[in-house]
Design a protein around this ligand. Structure first.
Ligand code: C5J
Length: 227
């Protein structure tokens, strides 16, 4: 077992049954000029995540930990997008509309894919999800079962939306979750602070929170997991 200093208490996990789950680090959310910015958001707040997360990802890969990426998006005909979701937001820039990086949040478009810095390697699972949570209408539960995963190290964007929904879903399914504080990001500093507090409150009601430096230090001491 490996231990990480965390809030509200040290977090122990077995690297052999742990997955790093990276939520929605997509160009549409993170690139200047993209969908996220067109909604009036400051993407710089999300981009702070890239460097520490690249460090955690490199360590996870070196330790042989299962790596799973997710992407929020929809089929080109929008048949998997509820009309309620389609109607939300700025009427001038909606899901499926043409954006700077292709049709917004549509599978196969340049903007829908993961940023170059965190591009999945061949063999890593990429889960395409139509919702905020990574379990809803996806194969994630099956993939985790196939890899005998019990623990999730969770990173990505945005903290209070897709990260939170996924952690809450995972918690209800019995997974132990550690959210890496500087590897999750929000367009809203207040939501980032409160979002992290909500995870670890009441004795880890949804999970634990730790910094990437502590995760990297812990992963660096683990013997590589072999398949
Ligand atoms: C949002 C996400 N914020 N990945 N998506 O709409 O959190």
């Amino acid at each position: 077992m490996t231990e990480i200093p965390a809030t509200p208490s040290p977090f122990t996990f077995d690297p052999a049954t742990t997955a790093l789950v990276i939520i929605d680090m997509q160009r549409d959310f993170l690139l200047p000029g993209g969908f996220g910015e067109s909604l009036g958001n400051d993407v710089a707040l999300l981009r702070t995540v890239i460097e520490p997360l690249a460090g955690v990802l490199a360590c996870a890969r070196a330790a042989g930990i299962t790596v799973i990426h997710t992407r929020e998006g929809h089929l080109p005909d929008l048949s998997d997008c509820p009309p309620s979701k389609l109607r939300r937001g700025n009427p001038a820039q909606r899901i499926g509309d043409p954006g700077r990086f292709g049709r917004i949040l549509i599978r196969g478009e340049y903007g829908h894919d993961i940023i170059d810095e965190l591009a999945p390697l061949a063999g890593e699972t990429v889960i395409d999800k139509p919702g905020k949570g990574a379990f809803y209408a996806t194969e994630l539960a099956t993939v985790l079962r196939q890899h005998s995963i019990a623990t999730l190290l969770v990173a990505g964007v945005t903290t209070e939306v897709c990260v939170h929904t996924t952690v809450r879903e995972a918690n209800d399914r019995g997974y132990e979750c550690l959210v890496v504080a500087d590897c999750v990001g929000s367009y809203f500093p207040e939501f980032q602070r409160v979002g992290l507090s909500m995870i670890s409150a009441q004795g880890a009601i949804f999970g634990w929170v730790a910094d990437s430096a502590d995760v990297i230090a812990a992963l660096g001491t683990t013997a590589p997991v072999t398949a």
